[in-house]
Write a protein that binds this ligand. Structure first.
Ligand code: 5SP
Ligand code: CO
Length: 223
């Protein structure tokens, strides 16, 4: 079953609670919260205070995508604020294993995100500790960008390696996901699809979620 995680980056921040409730009611599986620090990526977004405020209005689990340098500095605050899954970038700290241990020790799920230019081969020693590998299908920093097809073989390679190890770790994809790209990534092995513009910019989010799910599930099981 494909899971969909709408990204708040394309929501109207002035009406955030109402917009998020709308996608929750429409059947979203996760809420994807993009955190940016202006260093790791050339953009700034939100911090733990916003996560804590939203937590009071939303029941679906929070998927917090940290696009920040040295994420270990802020992991405990995001968990305290209500994160259910914390994903850090492979490129953002020299101590990825240590940060994954920190996230797990706080009782939530842990993910590692890979920029388009990162191969993911280095992740092998982490698979047993990871709940999610997040494959960026755009360069991180902004919503509404165009999907990078060259990333698809990486998704397929990760899927094969995870299947070989009988791992329960899921592949999440993030960036430029819509009804055209969803079947491509689902066929390659993605189980969680992040979708910002495709859901929050749609007139009818329920219809948009349905279209994404149908497109992805029509792709058949991963190879
Ligand atoms: O992490 C990011 C961007 O850095 C994403 O979560 C985007 O916000 C997804 O938005 P769309 O590409 O689906 O509009
Ligand atoms: Co994201």
């Amino acid at each position: 079953m494909i899971q969909i995680a709408p990204s708040i980056l394309s929501a109207d921040f002035a009406r955030l609670a109402a917009e998020v409730k709308r996608v929750e009611d429409a059947g979203a599986d996760w809420l994807h919260i993009d955190v940016m620090d202006g260093h790791f990526v050339p953009n700034l977004t939100v911090g733990p205070a916003l996560v804590q405020s939203l937590r009071k209005h939303v029941r679906i689990p929070f998927d917090v995508h940290l696009m920040i340098e040295a994420p270990e500095r802020f992991v405990p605050e995001f968990v305290k604020a209500g994160a259910d899954l914390v994903t850090i970038h492979w490129e953002a700290t020299p101590h990825v294993h240590r940060v994954i241990q920190l996230i797990k020790s706080l009782g939530v799920r842990a993910g590692v995100a890979l920029n388009p230019a990162t191969s993911g081969e280095e992740l092998a020693y982490l698979f047993d500790d990871l709940d999610v590998v997040l494959v960026m299908t755009v360069n991180p920093g902004f919503g509404g960008q165009k999907f990078i097809p060259a990333v698809v073989p990486k998704i397929r390679g990760l899927q094969r390696e995870l299947a070989r190890r009988s791992s329960s770790c899921l592949i999440e994809v993030d960036g430029g996901i819509n009804s055209e790209t969803a079947p491509i990534v689902a066929e390659a092995g993605a189980g969680i699809l992040v979708a910002g513009a495709a859901v929050f910019a749609a007139e009818d989010p329920a219809q948009a979620l349905h279209a994404l799910r149908r497109a992805a599930e029509g792709a058949g099981p991963p190879i």
